[in-house]
Design a protein around this ligand. Structure first.
Ligand SMILES: *[C@@H]1O[C@H](CO)[C@@H](O)[C@H](O)[C@H]1NC(C)=O
Ligand SMILES: *[C@@H]1O[C@H](CO)[C@@H](O)[C@H](O)[C@H]1NC(C)=O
Ligand SMILES: *[C@@H]1O[C@H](CO)[C@@H](O)[C@H](O)[C@H]1NC(C)=O
Ligand SMILES: *[C@@H]1O[C@H](CO)[C@@H](O)[C@H](O)[C@H]1NC(C)=O
Ligand SMILES: *[C@@H]1O[C@H](CO)[C@@H](O)[C@H](O)[C@H]1NC(C)=O
Ligand SMILES: *[C@@H]1O[C@H](CO)[C@@H](O)[C@H](O)[C@H]1NC(C)=O
Ligand SMILES: *[C@@H]1O[C@H](CO)[C@@H](O)[C@H](O)[C@H]1NC(C)=O
Ligand SMILES: *[C@@H]1O[C@H](CO)[C@@H](O)[C@H](O)[C@H]1NC(C)=O
Ligand SMILES: *[C@@H]1O[C@H](CO)[C@@H](O)[C@H](O)[C@H]1NC(C)=O
Length: 402
């Protein structure tokens, strides 16, 4: 009886642990233990892992949970990269990775993690982690303090793309070390990124917020992005922008393709920062009317690569705004004049010409009338042929006569 129970227990244990046949399909060469797509249901027991292992690939399996990874001291300290992408992971025990103090890359993309399962304790003690991939998990929310340098002190790359994110809790993300943050393909709007809690001093190369639901951006959305170089906001619903006062000290390129921007003014972007070299507004319903004439008049913008294509009026459709001449925009509306020196020069001239023509017309009319009157008088006294020939003489004499 007792014997049978032990046997039962052992059989059960073997069902929970990966079977030897699973492990036997893994390949080990050049410090890489590759178990990709071998049908694992769980993480292999640390005892099976070869000492000195640097790369552990457990991707494309059916692993659902991550327990405390109690690898041997040798493996814990040698492991540099771990791939857990394309599994069905839906739970991670707190401090699971805390022995892996030399791990630099952790890929957990394409899993089933929800934001409620992910908190800062999971990443505790990952003192060498530089690259963390969590894209394609149904997180929906990032909780307070989950990704901060307190837990992950040297993180450089974080991907939370396509995580169905609707909200980032206060101080969810805060790093001085971050190089790239990918938040594309979520459902973030103007409010959920209201205080996008990024604290970045240097080398912040890329913030990717493309494919979200952002409608408006103002100075308060980016309280501290000092080191940011490239801001990607393509494929949102942005209609209004006011980023003139953001503390962008290093910004080099801003891309806003596929949004709903119709018009731009001098507070929309920090146009004149010398670091800013590239601005892309293609695929926006830009109206190239007089409101945009300030851009043509500013020589500083000509030194940058600025891609702003007109959608309307139809005559200008497809033209790059900065390639147009001021006369291409319809600046007949007096509203547009306050600021445009070219127009100011033309308008008085036009008015002057019109006025002068009017005066000339009236004077000529009066003259003709007077001459006719005199001719009629003269006709009654002398011959008509003589008086026609003296018209010029008569008109030049006219002022002295009156
Ligand atoms: C593991 O093997 C698969 C093919 O079975 C390959 O695609 C993958 O790149 C390998 N992983 C590593 C880390 O070399
Ligand atoms: C995962 O399990 C499902 C059945 O639950 C199976 O159809 C699928 O082939 C498994 N995938 C892998 C990579 O083993
Ligand atoms: C880790 O494994 C060691 C033996 O290898 C054991 O003494 C220790 O209790 C285990 N720790 C945990 C938290 O399971
Ligand atoms: C974190 O690492 C420190 C030493 O680096 C160690 O004392 C502590 O126990 C570790 N914490 C966990 C949860 O493993
Ligand atoms: C994991 O750690 C977090 C943060 O300390 C805590 O809120 C949560 O209750 C812990 N979960 C478990 C299962 O201990
Ligand atoms: C930018 O800051 C200046 C001075 O700090 C302020 O006068 C101006 O109103 C601000 N502009 C916007 C659009 O917030
Ligand atoms: C923007 O243009 C207005 C005039 O339309 C001007 O008064 C203002 O100073 C300009 N602001 C900046 C930041 O250039
Ligand atoms: C241009 O400015 C005028 C007056 O400020 C405004 O009524 C009009 O809607 C603006 N045009 C566009 C395309 O925004
Ligand atoms: C200017 O206005 C006239 C009439 O209002 C219109 O026919 C023409 O297409 C406009 N051209 C541009 C470039 O806006």
């Amino acid at each position: 009886m007792l014997h049978q129970m032990w046997l039962y227990f052992l059989t059960c244990s073997f069902h929970i642990l990966p079977t030897v046949s699973d492990i036997s399909k893994c390949k080990y060469q050049r410090s890489t233990y590759n178990c990709s797509g071998v049908g694992l249901q769980s993480i292999p027991d640390g005892r099976y892992l070869p000492p000195g292992l640097k790369i552990l690939d457990l991707s494309n399996n059916n692993i659902t949970r991550i327990p405390f990874l109690n690898f041997s001291e040798s493996v814990s300290s040698s492991l540099i990269q771990m791939f857990l992408n394309h599994n069905q992971i839906n739970s991670i025990q707190n401090f699971s990775f805390s022995k892996l103090t030399n791990l630099e890359t952790l890929d957990m993309s394409f899993n089933s993690l929800s934001g409620l399962d992910v908190n800062y304790a999971i990443f505790a003690n990952m003192s060498s982690l530089q690259n963390l991939f969590l894209d394609q998990n149904p997180l929906r929310i990032v909780r307070r303090l989950t990704f901060t340098e307190l837990e992950i002190p040297v993180l450089r790359f974080l991907s939370l793309a396509h995580c169905e994110l609707i909200d980032l809790e206060n101080s969810a993300i805060g790093f001085n070390t971050l190089n790239a943050l990918h938040l594309s393909g979520n459902r973030l709007n103007s409010i959920s990124i209201k205080d996008l809690p990024i604290i970045v001093l240097e080398d912040f190369n890329t913030l990717d917020l493309s494919y979200n639901e952002i409608e408006e951006l103002n100075n308060f959305n980016f309280p501290s992005v000092i080191g940011l170089r490239n801001l990607i906001l393509d494929h949102n619903r942005i209609t209004r922008l006011s980023l003139i006062n953001v503390s962008f000290y290093q910004i080099q390129s801003i891309s806003l393709r596929y949004n709903n921007v119709r018009t731009l003014d001098n507070t929309s972007l920090p146009w004149y920062l010398t670091t800013l070299r590239y601005i892309d507004f293609r695929e926006n319903p830009i109206v190239c009317d007089c409101n945009m004439s300030w851009m043509l008049e500013d020589p500083k913008l000509k030194t940058k690569t600025v891609r702003i294509m007109c959608e309307s009026p139809p005559v200008l459709n497809g033209r790059n705004l900065l390639d147009l001449k001021l006369s291409d925009l319809n600046c007949t509306d007096p509203r547009g004049y306050h600021n445009h020196h070219d127009d100011l020069n033309i308008v008085p001239i036009v008015i002057g010409i019109v006025l002068a023509s009017g005066v000339l017309l009236v004077v000529t009319g009066i003259l003709t009338y007077m001459i006719r009157k005199r001719q009629l008088k003269e006709n009654s006294t002398s011959s008509s042929t003589k008086s026609y020939g003296s018209l010029a003489i008569n008109s030049s004499k006219y002022p002295s006569k009156s």
